[in-house]
Design a protein around this ligand. Sequence first.
Ligand code: GDP
Ligand code: IMO
Ligand code: MG
Length: 427
Amino acid sequence: MPATVVIGAQWGDEGKGKVVDLLAERSDVVARYQGGNNAGHTIVAGDQTYALHLIPSGILYPDTLCIIGNGVVVDPFVLVKELDQLEERGVDTSNLRISGAAHLIMPYHVQLDTQSEIRLGKLSIGTTRRGIGPAYMDKAARIGIRVQDLLDPSILRRKIAIALEAKNEVLEKIYGEPPLDADAVADEVLALAPRIQPYIADTSLILDTAIRDGKTVLFEGAQGTLLDIDHGTYPFVTSSNPTAGAACTGTGVGPTRIDHVLGITKAYTTRVGEGPFPTEIADDAGRHMAEVGHEVGTTTGRARRCGWLDLVALRYAVRVSGMTQLGITKLDVLSGLSEVKLCTAYTKPDGTETADFPWHQSDFHSCTPVYEAMEGWDEDIVGVTSLDDLPPRAKAYVERIAQFTGVPITLIGTGQGRHEVIDAVEL
Ligand code: GDP
Ligand code: IMO
Ligand code: MG
């Protein structure tokens, strides 16, 4: 798998971190291409658990080059903290490279994200309040601060002063907050520059060279398809494109260079934050998923909403990213349920049924799921590594997913641990 994009097929937290870590063992380069520290990617390696927010999930392998691409928004304070924490635990971070074109999340972005959510009240998006939206807003408005600006203090100071002029008005007049001093903000950020500087590099060139040399490259998506600003459940989305196309724009690699797109889905569905979720359930099965699956957000500690697997949404995710393979995680969590359900269509408010993801938000917000029920299985499958050891009903469940989506399933997660997985299969 020379160049493979690994992306979330749902609303995030599908287990991308675990899968990327697993594949990174056999990869030369892992590159993040969008999002920021709104992500929380958990890796369980032996008795060690790592929660990565910004640094690619390949960092645990000393020979794997890790890249933070231009499409990522980088909070310099979080970056330095994450680097320090990894190094304290003995992880070598010298193989990290950061694009000079990536934008920085500034302290005022975090403040504006929080204030905006508070002001929206009941209409809030439920963001992670990490400044993601405001940072991408400034990028699009062309008043953003970039990683390369850390190398030139006078440019950095000027840019911060320009950006803050308008923001201080918003902070003071709309949110009733004290204004920020541009020089104080610049001082704080510049104090981190020497720590970040050694990592800054021409990451597009590094990736191009790696692919030309026949190296194995993984593009690690953050968030998931339904949180995509264009293809997700807008406005309850993040401010970037987690879908596969962004792997190119977010790293500076052309689309002809990508060989595979591996979509990751849980065997059920979860969502953190606000927004529609047709297959959400609040019954015993939902509680089972939340408890057995430990469904608590890695970044914010919020409880994740749980529900059945939505095949309509999954097939849509396959379409918008051109997925060539699927990985199903957390199949082990469904053990013990007498019945498992798959959503195969929606009933729209006008009473008609559709098996295609509705393009109109009102249809999606008000649709009800049409389920296909399958018999559950009781066997504990934690740690199973061979397809032959799966109970027939669990196997039938996975086979139905492959059949409905038309995409081969090449990986099945059976536990949190790095090697608790049925890998290199094709169902
Ligand atoms: P990501 O954001 O997509 O990387 O996913 P998160 O790390 O936020 O959430 C997925 C959670 O499920 C993490 O705690 C993983 O350790 C865990 N996980 C991943 N795959 C499996 C699996 O196959 N079985 C179980 N039980 N847990 C898994
Ligand atoms: P990983 O990479 C799950 C959600 C937030 C909120 C919405 C917008 O771990 O899968 P934002 O802070 O991005 O402006 O919030 O997106 N969200 C995630 N949900 N997993 C994530 O990342 C998420 N990143 C953002 O909860 O609903
Ligand atoms: Mg996560």
